[in-house]
Design a protein around this ligand. Structure first.
Ligand SMILES: [Zn+2]
Length: 225
């Protein structure tokens, strides 16, 4: 069992959860260093100018947060030891198959098993395949504000309706009060007055007036607070 150095571990944490899972499994089998995960706008453009990358910012799998690519080398690092990089790739692909994580390697971009037909061999580079799909679904451009967690409102609140009781109803009634819509007594009992208050909220916000406090209604209420 090998252990990642602190800088490598920090870079790994900036990668997509699937890459984290994969390279934790790889690191448990063989010593590695994580050279790079996320690359910001300035660094990407500099890599382009120097010819180290053919991509402008946004067109590299390294430009996303979390990163959908990682550059990984065998430890100790020896750039001249091509065989060590290739041996590492064998372990990475074994673990990727076992964990069912689709990846592409910069030493064999087209995945044909032939390492001499690559225009630009990039032996440390691994990315999720196809990375644009993962980036689009799970990531934002590095340096931009993170996406809010999906369906935050939906998962935060249970659906409440006439007859619902308890602390969730108390919270709903307090929010209605705070929004200036009278729910009646704040008693944790979703009765006629709370029902009418929810209908009033739905009327004001152009929602279906069913009197049920579901996700859209809760989001509309949260907007008023
Ligand atoms: Zn790379």
């Amino acid at each position: 069992m090998s252990v990642l150095d602190a800088a490598s571990a920090a870079r790994l944490r900036a990668a997509h959860p699937l890459l984290q899972k994969l390279f934790e499994a790889v690191a448990a089998r063989t010593p590695i260093i994580i050279l790079e995960s996320q690359r910001g706008r300035a660094a990407q453009e500099e890599a382009f100018r120097k010819g180290n990358s053919k991509a402008h910012f946004g067109d590299s799998a390294h430009n996303w947060s979390p990163s959908v690519a990682l550059d990984v080398a065998p430890r100790p690092l020896d750039w001249g030891d091509r065989k060590a990089f290739i041996a590492l790739s064998v372990i990475v692909f074994e673990e990727a198959r076992r964990l069912k994580i689709p990846i592409r390697w910069g030493g064999d971009w087209n995945g044909n098993g032939v390492l001499t037909d690559e225009k630009l061999s990039d032996l440390p580079h691994y990315e999720l395949k196809p990375w644009r799909d993962f980036a689009k679904r799970d990531c934002v451009l590095f340096g931009e504000a993170p996406k809010p967690p999906p369906a935050a409102v939906e998962t935060r609140y249970p659906v409440l309706r006439r007859g619902s009781k308890g602390t969730d109803v108390i919270e709903l009634q307090r929010q209605l009060q705070a929004a200036g819509i009278d729910p009646g007594a704040v008693d944790g009992d979703y009765g006629d007055k709370t029902f009418a208050a929810i209908r009033e909220l739905q009327r004001r916000r152009g929602l279906e007036r069913d009197g049920v406090a579901g996700p859209k209604t809760r989001a509309a209420l949260a907007d008023l607070l």
